[in-house]
Design a protein around this ligand. Structure first.
Ligand SMILES: [Fe+2]
Ligand SMILES: [Fe+2]
Length: 244
């Protein structure tokens, strides 16, 4: 058996233990498998997954932003330490929120174009400047700005190699952001974007309860169950294996 066949067999075995068959979305496995190859549907007589995946902690009925941090996002030390640094640097409160949320695309959704995804997820719930800054931090991260002491991240040389050049759309969006009235807001995310975590520093999400309370419009139905233009994205994070 190839590695992929073994993985698929393990998945079938796991699926058999569950009440319902789980069929993963194309994008979750694209590359590991060739998306053009038809899926062999397990013919086990079971219904397919149409709601909360029992392998995941159940979300509260009306989930809040913090519930997503607690139940669906990866460890958020990077986000919390960045937000705390921004606070220490005297950054305006709504941009502290931007720092706290700038990488939720990576923490809970899709890495590629994480700034754009996060901005779209957040747009209905935050000030326009906050989601704008989050969208453009991704592009600005690649371009130094000596006037504010921001250098190209050493970490990026390690991650992408010394000769990496950002894609043309990243260069274009960097140019656009440079001329924008909110340029410095996106730049502030980059300045406070910590990569050197201090493992001894423990930051609790609750530290930011007031910041979130004042600057994040929590829908009363729960994030994902409201009718905002990005509610479906939150629902997908809540129920990542829903069949339809
Ligand atoms: Fe980022
Ligand atoms: Fe970051």
């Amino acid at each position: 058996m190839s590695m992929l066949e073994r993985a698929e067999a393990a998945e079938r075995a796991m699926s058999e233990e569950l009440d319902r068959t789980i069929v993963k979305s194309v994008i979750y496995v694209s590359g590991d498998r060739d998306p053009r190859v038809p899926l062999t549907r397990p013919d086990n007589g079971k219904l397919v997954m149409m709601g909360q995946d029992p392998r995941l902690p159940r979300m509260p009925e009306r989930p809040t932003l913090f519930d997503f941090f607690k139940y669906r996002f990866g460890p958020a030390n990077h986000l919390m330490q960045s937000a705390r640094l921004a606070q220490k640097n005297g950054v305006a409160e709504k941009l502290v929120l931007a720092c706290l949320l700038h990488d939720i695309g990576i923490a809970g959704f899709i890495r590629g174009d994480h700034g754009y995804w996060a901005a779209q997820m957040l747009e209905p719930y935050v000030d326009e400047e906050v989601s704008w800054a989050i969208r453009y931090h991704q592009a600005l991260r690649f371009f130094p700005d000596e006037s504010v002491g921001y250098a190209y991240p050493q970490m990026y040389i390690k991650l992408f190699g010394a000769d990496y050049h950002p894609d043309p759309y990243i260069q274009r969006d960097h140019q656009y952001a440079r001329e924008h009235k909110w340029y410095m807001s996106a730049r502030l995310i980059c300045i406070n974007d910590l990569y050197a975590f201090d493992p001894t520093v423990q930051v609790q999400l609750e530290e930011f309860t007031d910041v979130v309370g004042r600057h994040f419009r929590q829908p009363k139905e729960g994030l994902g169950w409201d009718a905002s233009p990005s509610a479906h994205m939150w629902r997908t994070i809540m129920m990542p294996t829903k069949y339809l």
